[in-house]
Design a protein around this ligand. Structure first.
Ligand code: HH2
Length: 267
């Protein structure tokens, strides 16, 4: 297995100030900074999945992400991922130069999602989510969160393969924070990542600045969650994840590289 990839988050959403939003120019400038900080890939999103966020019409989402993807593509060879649940947006993004479709619904949002992923031939991230973004945090229920998320991801991978997605293009993601109780579900899920890794697909982990960190540490606001973000990312690295999706690229790259250097020195 190669080094863990650090994927930098770029939000092309007007309501996001810290990670590139406001305007296409600001998003591209943010991507440029993350690439300079060592990002192995950039994940561009035009619709927030936060509980309570308003849905974005498909044309508006395309208008937000395509100029950003084109501009990054024009100045850097870094692979670009599109964070969307809409196949139309994924198509436009891949046409503009994206190499990966990151779908928090694991290709369940639209009936044509599976076929679109197969046709596009790009890398595909299948993420676990219980419920819908607007209501998913209301009352998430699991008997065994690790087993249920693992089984779901295995089933979605099989559905994608059956629809014609190449096995080697499939990534899995446990969906930390998506329909999971802050403590009772997110923590055992991160602790149990090895079981998802054992399915044999590359695993992507997104823990950066998430709410569960605040639930462990004194309700820390998002801009004070770097320590917890790195701690959780390194738990993923220890479990064998292939990539981490983060806001703080420079610090995460350093943490991951030091972790890998120490692991390689083990006698
Ligand atoms: N988390 C968010 C968005 N997209 N995609 C994957 N594959 N895995 C994740 O964990 C993941 C994701 C969180 O989204 P949001 O709350 O909108 O914030 P941000 O995009 O700033 O992380």
């Amino acid at each position: 297995m190669g080094p863990v990839r650090v994927i930098g988050v770029v939000n092309a959403t007007p309501d996001s100030f810290s990670d590139g939003g406001r305007s296409p120019e600001a998003a591209v400038a943010h991507a440029r900074r993350l690439i300079a900080e060592g990002a192995d890939m950039i994940d561009v999103g035009g619709e927030s999945t936060r509980p309570g966020a308003t849905a974005v019409p498909v044309d508006e989402e395309i208008a937000r992400v395509v100029p950003v993807i084109r501009a990054i593509r024009a100045e850097s060879p870094v692979p670009i991922s599109i964070d969307t649940m809409k196949p139309k947006v994924a198509r436009a993004a891949v046409a503009a130069g994206a190499a990966m479709w990151n779908d928090v619904t694991a290709l369940r949002h639209a009936p044509e999602s599976l076929a679109a992923a197969a046709e596009l031939g790009c890398e595909v991230v299948l993420m676990h989510m219980q419920g819908e973004p607007a209501t998913m945090q209301a009352e998430p229920v699991y008997a065994d969160v690790v087993a249920e998320v693992t089984d779901f991801l295995a089933a979605r991978a099989q559905a994608a393969i059956a629809a014609g997605v190449a096995r080697e293009r499939i990534w899995l993601d446990p969906g930390v924070g998506f329909g999971k109780h802050m403590i009772r579900h997110n923590l055992p899920l991160i602790a149990g990542l090895e079981r998802i890794v054992a399915l044999g697909f590359p695993v992507l982990l997104g823990v950066s600045r998430k709410r569960f960190i605040a639930a462990v540490d004194r309700e820390a606001p998002p801009d004070q969650r770097l320590g917890g973000s790195i701690a959780a990312a390194l738990m993923g690295v220890a479990a064998g994840v292939a990539a981490v999706r983060v806001h703080d690229v420079r610090e995460t790259v350093q943490a991951v590289r030091v972790w890998e250097a120490i692991a390689a020195a083990r006698t």
